[in-house]
Write a protein that binds this ligand. Structure first.
Ligand code: GDP
Length: 298
């Protein structure tokens, strides 16, 4: 949710979230893990694999409409090479839902076969959507459940308000997503989480985040800055000059014709988040892992 409340992930909250997710996972047969296609590494929860254990698991690269298709293909291969089932989707438009349902059904086949062998015919396969805040869990649930007319009644033992929604022939989805905490100890991931809107605007340093975003663009796709903001070569010298030039073009001026840097930074951030800078994937498959003693951008 773009306006979701501030999420502070302290050890106590993480312990509580771990307990809840563990309980949820016990109730389901297949786990759907939502990642942001622009940051598949940074948007992954650090301990999710341990929590999922041996249950069948699908990684969904969501917001694929905002990611670079070439990078999404590379990430898809990356997960496939690890033996993980992966799909890219755009849950806002519902693109990919059909494929998702058929993939869950394929992964459930051995489970259903085992049930059949035991004479259990009436049971549905149950699944849940897990992911960090703002990755698109509610959007996907609504999109999958939108056409599903039947929501099963609350049964004893289920948390009040939680329902199983029928989303396929033998398939039910928990209508409450499992909220995972983001990877905040990794500073590179934290900056990218902030860029994409996964962490609330009041828990990061805007100046640092925009510096990282512009550095990424200058290194990988400088033409985006030139095209979007009509920057001249003489304005592409350093980060402050770039922000100042963008601010001037976009009318972020205070008295005396001075550029309001903060306002300019917010415009750049909104442009990135809304896809106005184009399709940009920040996490690269072949990137070096981040180590705590890296002092990138500090
Ligand atoms: P949640 O916190 O994980 O439940 O995330 P939401 O479902 O509330 O989505 C967060 C924001 O991302 C909302 O503004 C959605 O409209 C947007 N969103 C979700 N999925 C997609 C997608 O596939 N593409 C795009 N462009 N936006 C999406």
């Amino acid at each position: 949710m773009a306006d979701s409340p501030v999420v502070h992930w302290f050890p106590g909250h993480m312990a509580k979230a771990t307990r809840m997710i563990t309980e949820y996972i016990k109730k389901v047969d297949v786990v759907i893990e939502l990642l942001d296609a622009r940051i598949p590494r940074s948007s992954a929860n650090p301990v999710i694999i341990e929590l999922i254990g041996q249950k069948p698991h699908i990684v969904l690269l969501n917001k694929a409409d905002l990611a670079d298709p070439k990078a999404t293909k590379e990430w898809t291969e990356f997960f496939m090479n690890k033996g993980i089932t992966v799909l890219s989707i755009d849950s806002k438009s519902g693109k990919g839902n059909k494929k998702l349902l058929s993939t869950v059904e394929r992964l459930s086949k051995p489970i259903i076969d085992r049930w059949m062998a035991k004479g259990i015919r009436s049971r549905s396969v149950r699944t849940i959507i897990l992911g960090i805040p703002n990755v698109g869990k509610s959007t996907l649930i609504n999109s999958l459940a939108g056409s599903a007319a039947t929501r099963t009644a609350n049964k004893a033992g289920h948390t009040r308000g939680q329902q199983w929604v029928k989303i396929g022939k033998n398939l039910e989805l928990l209508d409450t997503p499992g909220v995972l905490w983001p990877k905040l100890e990794d500073q590179r991931a934290a900056a990218r989480l902030a860029m994409t809107g996964a962490i609330s605007d009041d828990v990061y340093d805007l100046e640092h985040v925009i510096k990282q975003l512009i550095t990424h663009l200058l290194t990988n796709e400088p033409q985006i800055l030139v095209e979007r903001y009509k920057l001249k070569e003489t304005e592409m010298t350093d980060i402050d000059t770039i922000i100042e030039s963008i601010g001037r073009r976009r009318g972020c001026l205070v008295s005396g014709g001075i550029v309001d840097f903060d306002k300019a930074r917010r415009i750049i951030l909104q442009d990135y988040r809304n896809g106005k800078l184009g399709v940009i994937t920040l996490d690269r498959v072949d990137e070096e892992p981040y180590y705590a003693d890296d002092n990138e951008g500090s």
